[in-house]
Design a protein around this ligand. Structure first.
Ligand code: ATP
Length: 251
């Protein structure tokens, strides 16, 4: 059987000691789709992201990316297949400039994707795409400052921009708006909107306004199981979702 393109998550189970974090969770992210994963605290959203990224292994189930079964692969092999997880803040070198950091990330990514190591490309070949990324994420004017001086929100935009600019086919975002003020939050939402269609995005986010503005489709996870997947209007109207989740937060 040929799997359709995009991400397929089938029957994932994960226990932590006596806690069942995921219990037969299934969902599909179509290519280029912004798919939000919502659910109450402790529903298993971060665990699902951890399993797809390869940070944790599932007890059972299958994860397929563009037809390739990835659940047995280490994280770097998943990255080479086009999976990206944002929030790799540790990969930013604070003393280097913003432009240098972006150039390094682009170089690291292109090496990860090449089977054979190649000599370092010339500076111009790295800095030109790096400048383009900075323009896209609205940080062109900040290229020459130390990366450590970027604000929280600026770093987040940079990380999201980098993953997409370096050719990721599926981006995993776990609460990208957490801890941001309203202005930075609006900028990140605008950035995600500009990326719609270029890469699939699986977005875990508690900000329901942002989710309903951005998502092409939404899956609702409750007690480790996806109880509904659909377009935002269908999810808003879904009686079980309202009872299990939306009703709870608007009460
Ligand atoms: N490493 C771990 N060790 C033990 N229990 C864990 C671990 N990770 C998650 N859990 C438990 O698994 C369940 C699901 O947690 P998870 O963080 O995936 O939920 P979530 O939907 O992301 O929650 P939130 O919205 O609050 O971030 C919770 O009961 C949590 O306590």
């Amino acid at each position: 059987m040929t799997a359709p393109p995009g991400l397929q998550v089938d029957g994932l189970r994960k226990r932590f000691g006596g806690v069942s974090a995921l219990d037969d969770a299934s969902l599909a992210v179509k290519p280029g789709e912004l798919h939000a994963l919502i659910g109450p605290n402790g529903a298993g959203k971060t665990t699902l992201i951890q399993l797809v990224s390869g940070a944790e292994r599932a007890d059972a189930g299958r994860i397929v990316l563009d037809g390739a079964v990835i659940d047995g692969l280490p994280m770097h092999r998943r990255v080479a297949l086009g999976l990206a997880r944002s929030f790799q803040i540790s990969s930013v070198f604070p003393a280097f400039t913003v432009l240098e950091n972006v150039a390094l990330a682009i170089q690291a990514r292109s090496r990860a994707r090449c089977a054979v190591w190649r000599p370092v490309a010339g500076q111009a070949a790295l800095f030109e795409p790096a400048r383009r990324v900075l323009d896209v994420v609205g940080l062109g004017a900040r290229s020459d400052i130390a990366a450590g001086a970027l604000s929280h929100g600026e770093r987040r935009r940079l990380e999201i921009g980098l993953t997409v600019a370096t050719g990721a086919r599926l981006l995993l975002l776990d609460e990208p708006l957490a801890g941001l003020g309203p202005d930075e939050s609006a900028r990140v939402v605008a950035l995600l909107r500009t990326f719609k269609g270029q890469a699939g995005i699986l977005l875990v986010e508690h900000d329901m306004d942002a989710v309903f503005q951005l998502a092409d489709r939404i899956s609702v996870l409750v007690h480790g199981r996806v109880i509904a997947s659909g377009v935002p209007q269908a999810i808003r109207a879904h009686p079980e979702v309202r009872r299990a989740y939306l009703g709870e937060s608007t009460a």
